[in-house]
Write a protein that binds this ligand. Structure first.
Ligand code: AMP
Length: 508
């Protein structure tokens, strides 16, 4: 078989193809499990269907679908056929989708049946040739058409640098950028993680993460598939369902919010997880107190790792060895890290600066944004992560802040600029600032501080209600406060640190 990430994945399947690849215990209708043999067949049909539609290597396939094994099959079908998979957050509203589609120019959009009419309008606006549907139960025109496919087109050969997926991440400018991940990037990172975390075909991964994000789609699926392991898929994190399934699993991957919620009840205890091999955490900082409480309750140390959409995973606490709370561990094999000061000089251990990363995991650039891409790379292929970090004397990496103005709410990134722009466009508003404050459940949440125009009236509920109509819920600030002026420094920059102090307790 020619090389592609898919070839690598399929050659990692267990020799016994009757072994279960994926099961969905919480599904009320439709198919509930796939063996590895069935998975390979379904992926081949999905790839052939797209090829039969006339899609060519490199064409984009944009997907806004609820989590389902069929959606993962569509992803793998894209890899197999050489198409570029473009997952979109299920919470995105029409305007957000419209921007992504206009920018990425896909040949096919797959959406939930309930959004078909509006998706067809978006598709028509941007000359997208095909629209298909797929729901959480795996039903819809994508599944119906795929079931009819009889021919299996061969795997399309891809060079390591060919783009496998584009994942949009919002920037500090508020305009989402499409991070292009190559077959080589994803393969290198998948293998590094599988090996670092000792995945084998005897593992059962309890998968409760969304699959429109790198964590659930790449980190989780690639570890399991590249080991020929089994996955139990939950449509979303539901505490009761996770407790029911944990006895059948060996590995669980979460964002910190999952762990906070698991600990929130005495029924999560050492007995329930005594057999578990590994718990990992990432996408947002795991508080040391959560790490300690988890260890006290279960006797197990959560393994925290760090990465980002553009780079995949960069660091991981050790599998064997001390997992240190409040650190994200060591660089993964093949990954180089360095800490830089503002003048571009490399800093010694223990000193805090901008973290840069280089390695086979690092993306090839932002879709159709060569200038933005050039800005984010230093000479020699070092990517500027935007995270502020130090490396301690033992080599553990500590993330101490973000150079970017980013808020991470429940594991999802919220870029204040995007929300501020929407608030500032409201006719009553003069200006606004969004800051992240501590939130018991989401870790962090956005709070809006708003200055109204003279003589204008606007209340908190109205402002929040309007935002809910146009952006995904996780981006909507949890509180809004109205003030006379925003505090500014001598350079005229809003002093968000002061706002964070003032409103720090607003969401506790
Ligand atoms: P994303 O592109 O959505 O994966 O977000 C990447 C950002 O999430 C990184 O640049 C970090 O700021 C943050 N992040 C990821 N993992 C961790 C972690 N373990 N601790 C703290 N922040 C993290």
């Amino acid at each position: 078989m020619p090389f592609s990430l898919y070839t690598l994945i399929e050659t990692s399947f267990p020799a016994d193809r009757r072994r279960i690849a994926i099961e969905v215990p919480d599904r009320t209708r439709g198919r509930t499990s796939w063996t590895y043999g069935e998975l390979a067949g379904a992926v081949a049909r999905a790839a052939s269907l797209l090829g039969n539609l006339g899609l060519k290597k490199g064409d984009r396939v944009a997907v806004q679908a609820e989590k389902s094994p069929e959606a993962m099959i569509l992803y793998l079908g894209c890899l197999r056929g050489g198409f570029v998979f473009l997952p979109m957050n299920t919470a995105y509203r029409t305007d957000e989708i419209d921007y992504l589609i206009g920018d990425a120019e896909p040949s096919l959009i797959v959406c939930d049946p309930v959004r078909e009419a509006e998706t067809r309008e978006i598709a028509a606006r941007h000359d997208v040739r095909h629209v298909m549907t797929l729901d959480a139960e795996g039903r819809g025109s994508f599944a119906e058409e795929a079931a009819k496919v009889r021919d299996a087109r061969p795997v399309v050969a891809c060079a390591s640098k060919d783009i496998a997926a584009i994942l949009y991440t919002s920037g500090t400018t508020g305009k989402p950028k499409g991070a292009m991940l190559s077959h080589g990037n994803l393969a290198a990172n998948g293998i590094a993680l599988r090996d670092a975390w000792h995945f084998t075909e005897d593992d059962v991964l309890l998968h409760a993460l969304p699959i429109f994000h790198a964590h659930g789609l790449f980190v989780a699926c690639h570890c399991a598939l590249l080991a020929g392991a089994r996955m139990i898929w939950l449509g979303r994190f539901d505490r009761a369902e996770v407790l029911r399934q944990l006895p059948h699993a060996t590995v669980f991957m979460g964002v910190p919010t999952f762990y906070v919620r698991l600990l929130d009840g005495a029924d999560f205890d050492a007995n329930l997880v005594a057999h578990m091999r590994l718990f990992t955490s990432g996408s947002a900082p795991l508080l040391a107190e959560t790490f300690e409480e988890f260890r006290a309750r279960t006797g197990k140390a959560i393994l925290e790792r760090y990465g980002m959409t553009e780079t995949g995973m960069n660091t991981s606490n050790p599998y064997d060895g001390e997992r240190r709370a409040g650190t994200v561990g060591f660089p993964l094999p093949g990954v180089e890290l360095r800490v830089m000061n503002d003048e571009g000089k490399m800093l010694p251990q223990e000193e805090v600066g901008g973290l840069e990363v280089r390695g086979p995991n690092v993306f090839s650039g932002y879709w159709r944004m060569p200038e933005k891409t050039a800005e984010e790379f230093a000479e020699g292929g070092w990517f500027k992560t935007g995270d502020v970090a130090k490396i301690d004397a033992d080599g553990y990496v500590h993330l101490v802040g973000r150079a970017k103005d980013l808020i991470i709410s429940g594991g999802f990134n919220v870029y204040p600029k995007e929300i501020e722009t929407l608030i500032d466009e409201m006719p009553e508003v003069d200006e606004s600032a969004i800051v992240g404050v501590a939130h018991r459940d989401f870790g962090e949440a956005g709070v809006a501080v708003v200055v109204l125009r003279k003589g204008q009236m606007l209340d908190e509920a109205t402002l929040i209600g309007r935002l809910k109509n146009v952006i995904a819920n996780y981006k909507v600030p949890k509180r809004a406060f109205f003030v006379e002026t925003l505090p500014r420094n001598t350079m005229g920059k809003v002093q968000k640190n002061l706002l964070r102090e003032t409103y720090g307790d607003a969401c506790r």
